[in-house]
Design a protein around this ligand. Structure first.
Ligand code: IMP
Length: 509
């Protein structure tokens, strides 16, 4: 580390804010991409230990460092503080692709940034090349019912864990054990791969993320020897990092300042999200605690992040307040639309009759709402309070509202306060939903969510820059009205407002 812009002095209001806290968790209460990176980075300055507990390299945490932007997919965002001796932990609940880890560490090396205090849980789950191919094949076979995954093999690595055939990171350190386990794992999967068009498997294997085809074998489908050789080399490289991190976390809880960094968001949680349009880990604060070897009760403060006052979603799945509805869904999930092509496509098409879609697109462009991992355009919609009320059932009451500056130019801001159920009669436990029923809290069942239309409260936009807002009272009245509305209509408290990527654009209330 040659130079840094960090000081050891924390902003006073941050120190006050965290004065009673030893273990802090930051999770997203929407579908991810709410700007966790900025906050994890800010709080990492306070913490001694920064730990991730769920997901894998499907996540993309963006951090601005000096004039450089880093996107970490698997390494915890506190890695930029390694030079201060802070420990970064990739916890036991994660799934780790050694190739992604390797490349992130290479980037750090190239920029003279250290990672001497990074630890990878010995029992984190190992992502194998098979998992990426399974991900690709299952999405192709699902056709229009696909999930829209990030293609990183996440679901399949977790599937192996639950079906008791998975490998763990520690296996990389024991050659015989590794070879035995990977052969057994492949034996289970071979019939599945054999049932697919070999050319399709070959095409997937030619992806850069699968080392450009070196794992393909004409006869056996996978060249196991090539995988074994490569993975054991990763094992040698990572040996100094592989640790019993669960024990480390238990030893340090309530003694050191610990920051738990959530991944994805509650709406994508396998247990609480819009199943099956979810990822395969529990992104709630409960899953996060477990995924680093701790208990929920160990957390002194859990902060939930929401965007102010909109939401985004990448991939398929219900989104009742989506601006432009089905058109937006098809547009964002269509092929060939990316940050670079979107405006071109847009100019050539005629959307005059769908102002909501146009509003969503403007927010996407203004908020730079394109996937950090895949570059896909994020679907955009208004803030959904039934969804937030539901999300607040899972261990979080204090909120951070981010990206408020994105709405600076919007004339009319809508907040969804209720849904109207518009489907046919549907039995949900002891309740039968009928057409026209009003719902104040999301029922997490896609048959319901796909048939809910939003009922909005409307607010005039503030129509000015937030550049000079340093305390809550500096904010325009129009914005404060919405903050008050959100807090009063949900049992929550917005504690922090964020008006931009820079640290100074963080207002504690
Ligand atoms: P997977 O996690 O790659 O299996 O993808 C499952 C779903 O989660 C898809 O809809 C993805 O777009 C979504 N997803 C996974 N990771 C992220 C993330 O970090 N941000 C937003 N969406 C994500």
């Amino acid at each position: 580390m040659t130079e840094n812009f960090f000081t050891n002095e924390l902003p006073r209001n941050l120190t006050d804010f965290l004065k009673e806290v030893n273990t802090l968790a930051v999770v997203c209460l929407q579908w991810g991409d709410t700007g966790k990176g900025k906050f994890v980075d800010l709080f990492a300055d306070w913490a001694d230990i920064i730990a991730r507990g769920t997901g894998g390299d499907n996540a993309g945490h963006t951090i601005c460092y000096g004039n450089k932007k880093y996107i970490f997919h698997i390494v915890p965002s506190g890695i930029l503080y390694d030079f201060l001796g802070k420990k970064n932990v990739i916890g036991s609940g994660t799934v780790v692709n050694p190739r992604s880890l390797f490349f992130e560490l290479e980037t750090l090396k190239q920029d003279n940034l250290s990672y001497n205090n990074l630890m990878v849980a010995l029992n984190s789950k190992l992502i194998l090349p098979f998992h990426l191919v399974q991900d690709g094949l299952s999405e192709i076979s699902a056709g229009k019912n696909k999930i829209g995954t990030t293609g990183r093999g996440i679901a399949w690595a977790y599937t192996d864990h639950y079906n008791r055939s998975g490998l763990i990171f520690n296996d990389l350190l024991n050659k015989d054990r590794f070879v035995e386990k990977i052969r057994a794992n492949f034996a289970l999967k071979k019939p599945y791969f054999s049932a697919h068009d070999p050319q399709l498997v070959k095409a997937i294997l030619e992806n850069d993320r699968l080392e450009g085809g070196i794992y393909w074998d004409e006869k056996e489908i996978f060249n196991l020897d090539a995988i074994i050789e490569k993975y054991l080399r990763y094992g040698e490289e990572f040996k100094p990092l592989i640790r019993d991190t669960d024990a480390f976390m238990r030893e340090n809880v309530s003694k050191k300042k610990i920051l738990l960094e959530g991944s994805q968001g509650l709406g994508l949680s396998i247990d609480y999200g819009t199943y099956p349009y979810v990822t395969s880990s529990d992104c709630s604060v409960y899953g996060l605690a477990k995924g680093v070897g701790l208990n929920y009760a160990d957390i002194d403060l859990a902060l939930g992040i929401i965007k102010g006052f909109y939401m985004t979603r990448v991939g398929e799945g219900p989104f009742p307040s989506e601006l432009g509805g089905k058109l937006s869904d098809n547009w964002c999930n269509g092929t060939g639309i990316s940050r670079h092509t979107e405006m071109d496509f847009f100019r050539k098409s005629n959307f005059q009759d769908n102002p909501d879609f146009v509003q969503g697109l403007k927010i996407r462009v203004e908020g730079d709402e394109y996937g950090a991992t895949t570059g896909r355009p994020r679907r955009v919609g208004w803030l959904d309070l039934p969804f937030l009320r539901y999300a607040l059932n899972f261990g979080v009451k204090d909120l951070i509202s981010t990206k408020l500056d994105v709405l600076n130019d919007v004339d009319l801001i809508k907040v969804c306060n209720f849904y109207r159920y518009t489907g046919s009669p549907y039995v949900y436990g002891e309740r039968t939903l009928l057409y026209g029923d009003i719902l104040s809290e999301t029922i997490m069942d896609i048959n319901v969510l796909n048939n809910c239309s939003p009922i909005y409260a409307e607010f005039p936009g503030w129509k000015c820059s937030l550049e000079n807002c340093q305390t809550y009272s500096d904010f325009p009245g129009e914005l404060r009205d919405i903050v008050d509305y959100v807090s009063s209509k949900t049992i929550s408290k917005i504690r922090i407002l964020s008006t931009g990527a820079d640290r100074e654009k963080t207002i504690f209330i």
